[in-house]
Design a protein around this ligand. Structure first.
Ligand code: C5P
Length: 264
């Protein structure tokens, strides 16, 4: 298990970018999704912990809503660089890329809304990039059949399910590859690897983790709370306190089951 960002002075430099500047309206509740509490701690704090507890990440850059930069910086601690996000996710990642230290050779992009991501998944992505793959994504097979549907609601085709994968984060990239992808003008993509694909650079898949699911809809929060409650007491992801303690009220002004609207 990692010892914290500050203690790593040798080996490859690996930055993790977390775009968390969106409004997250699908989850409801009137609070930016990343700041919604899960088991007494904001989801963003939990997602950052997976990066911090990994063996490989040496720098973390978070893009926060411009009005909440100070709040988020206080919440995350001094080892995390917090910058103001842009109008769209791509703008937020582009800005965060500019804040990555010069000596960094590998960049991860991680969703703020994957609070139960195992640190071992972070390390597996980094290891695959360091092994020579320019772009690496964690994936899972699908249980639902997926249809392509036209604007009129009619099915166009059914891609074979055994060739489809659901994509998670962190996604990992050689720094120069991600920078080139983000230099492309107006490329439509729903994930960072999609931009890299547009460059013609091969993207490699590794096995994802069930717990790394994205909290998007209200039932996802219920599932995440239930999983947290069932985690072994020694699992750092189960901790309610930002420093890994067992205080169920959590740190700062964050109360169990509430959100951090009071901090804004
Ligand atoms: O809204 P959506 O789920 O597509 O957002 C994906 C991620 O991108 C979220 O973590 C959100 O906070 C982030 N984002 C951002 N800057 C924006 C819009 C979204 O960092 N302007």
């Amino acid at each position: 298990m990692g010892e914290g960002l500050q203690s790593r002075s040798t080996g490859p430099r690996v930055a993790a970018i977390v775009p968390a500047a969106g409004r997250g309206e699908r989850l409801g509740g009137g609070t930016p999704k990343a700041l919604r509490a899960l088991g007494g701690r904001p989801m963003l704090v939990r997602s950052i912990e997976a990066l911090r507890r990994s063996e490989s990440v040496t720098q973390i850059v978070v893009a926060a809503p411009p009005t909440l930069v100070e709040v988020v910086a206080q919440l995350l601690g001094r080892d995390v660089r917090v910058i103001a996000g842009g109008a769209e996710r791509v703008d937020s990642v582009r800005r965060a890329l500019r804040a990555v230290d010069e000596d960094v050779s590998v960049v991860l992009v991680h969703d703020a809304a994957r609070p139960l991501t195992p640190p071992s998944l972070v390390d597996a992505v980094v290891a695959a990039v360091l092994a020579g793959h320019p772009a690496v994504i964690p994936v899972l097979g699908l249980t639902d059949t997926v249809k392509e549907v036209g604007p009129d609601g009619r099915v166009i085709r059914t891609p074979p399910r055994d060739r489809l994968r659901a994509v998670q984060t962190p996604q990992g990239f050689r720094r120069d590859v991600l920078a080139a992808a983000y230099a492309l003008p107006d490329t439509p993509a729903t994930d960072d690897a999609g931009l890299v694909e547009a460059l013609g650079v091969p993207v490699t898949t590794i096995p994802g983790a069930q717990e790394a699911f994205k909290v998007t809809q209200p039932p996802d929060l219920i599932l995440a709370e239930a999983l947290l409650a069932r985690m072994a007491p020694g699992d750092p992801r189960a901790a309610a306190d930002p420093r890994g303690g067992t205080d169920p009220r959590g740190g700062a002004d964050v109360r169990a089951g509430s959100d951090v609207r009071s901090l804004g």
